[in-house]
Design a protein around this ligand. Structure first.
Ligand code: GAL
Length: 396
């Protein structure tokens, strides 16, 4: 309990720092802002790796790969290995989603259900519930799934910091567990390993998505982006849920990509939009009112918020690509259309096909009595005007 309280205080202190100090956008090396602070060194190494990988995985190649790995092909491939060991028709799957109204998680859960059915599960044996962004509600749903005796649980936690409690109760019930999208803390993942538990996490490394966002701005060139010619990039940051490592890493690594490229940055404001379009629209409208033409770049931790930012930008009479630049993450269809038409400078494909298929495959392996790695990753794909149509064709 005490440890939890301290963690919460630390998290709150970090959020306050981010809000007050605009992260570490002053131009120096950004300090890690994740809950896994103790692992700062490891983070830094992994970050460098992620940045290297990111550089290697040039946008075009990655887009080609992604296009090749169409959902159907992936489904065909995994039918053979994952489901081969057993018949899934009578197996029950409980799926907890943190909030149904989240656009990205809507794509994710739709694909997860389709894929589970393609792997032999009966639709009526797949139950997907809405945590309504409330951990107490979700905990009750997990209790119900345990009472019902599901064969496997797939959980997108409302609060990643609740993972310890969730894992304990699910392990006590002897049910294998696949976490998705919101990564539990490193100590928690280590516990799964130390105890040899049937628990895994499936997700992408958010550092890579942040790095891609920053690189897209760097690639535009200082001549274009430094609109006021002061030698610095003035930006605003719109963050997702601050408890979420995706938000923390995207905030940190987008800016780090600029400073790593030798650019000076100036954070005008850094605010929490909770992944929501309407909140982001309000934040960006206010920021445009306050900072006006000083804003050169708008970083949004996801596309829903970038769509809100775009509404505010257009309402203020500003034109993306001409007098302001805007990037998001997820590659929602609407955002991809905006990238194609130039209304967004870029986005990053958050591969819900790969993630949902990997989660289902891991669940099947657990049901079949096999083991999984404790972390199952995937790659993001940088999306600019060059490959946006290709990605749109794939996600549609
Ligand atoms: C992120 C995604 C966001 C939001 C969030 C929820 O990966 O980019 O749009 O869905 O997950 O945890």
């Amino acid at each position: 309990m005490k440890k939890k309280a301290i963690e919460l205080l630390l998290a709150a202190a970090m959020v306050t720092t981010m809000l007050a100090g605009c992260g570490n956008g002053g131009g120096g090396d950004a300090a890690p802002s994740s809950g896994n602070e103790a692992e700062a060194d490891a983070d830094a190494d992994a970050a460098d790796d992620a940045a290297d990988d990111a550089a290697d995985a040039e946008a075009d190649d990655a887009a080609d790969d992604a296009a090749d790995a169409e959902a159907d092909d992936a489904a065909d491939d995994t039918t053979d290995d994952a489901a081969a060991g057993g018949d899934m028709a009578d197996k029950k799957v409980g799926v907890c989603i943190y909030q149904f109204s989240d656009n990205f998680m809507t794509l994710f859960r739709g694909e997860l259900e389709n894929y589970l059915v393609s792997q032999g599960f009966a639709k009526e044996n797949i139950t997907i519930v809405d945590g309504q962004n409330d951990q107490a509600t979700q905990t009750g749903q997990i209790d119900n799934f345990i009472a019902e005796g599901v064969d496997v649980l797939i959980i997108n936690p409302v609060n990643s910091s609740s993972a310890e409690t969730i894992t304990d109760k699910v392990m006590d019930a002897g049910i294998p567990l696949v976490y998705i999208n919101r990564e539990p803390e490193e100590d928690e993942e280590k516990r799964w390993q130390d105890n040899g538990w049937d628990v895994t996490y499936v997700g992408c490394d958010a550092r890579q998505s942040g790095t891609f966002q920053g690189e897209m701005i760097v690639d535009l060139g200082m001549d274009k982006v430094d609109l006021n010619g002061d030698g610095k990039i003035q930006y605003i940051m719109v963050e997702g849920d601050p408890e979420n490592v995706d938000a923390q890493y995207r905030t940190e690594f987008s800016v780090k990509a600029l400073t790593d490229a030798g650019l000076e940055v100036d954070c005008l404001t850094d605010q929490v939009g909770n992944w929501q379009q309407a909140e982001a629209q309000q934040i960006v409208a206010n920021a445009l009112g306050q900072y006006g033409e000083d804003i050169e770049v708008v970083f949004c931790n996801n596309d829903s918020m970038a769509l809100g930012a775009l509404q505010a930008i257009e309402a203020a009479g500003r034109v993306v690509g001409t007098d302001i630049y805007l990037v998001g993450v997820d590659a929602l269809s609407e955002a991809l259309e905006n990238v194609i038409s130039g209304k967004m400078s870029g986005t990053v494909f958050n591969d819900h096909f790969a993630q949902s298929h990997s989660a289902a495959d891991a669940a099947i392996r657990f049901i079949n009595g096999e083991k999984n790695e404790y972390y199952i990753g995937c790659d993001y794909v940088k999306v600019t005007q060059d490959n946006a149509q290709e990605i749109l064709d794939m996600v549609k």
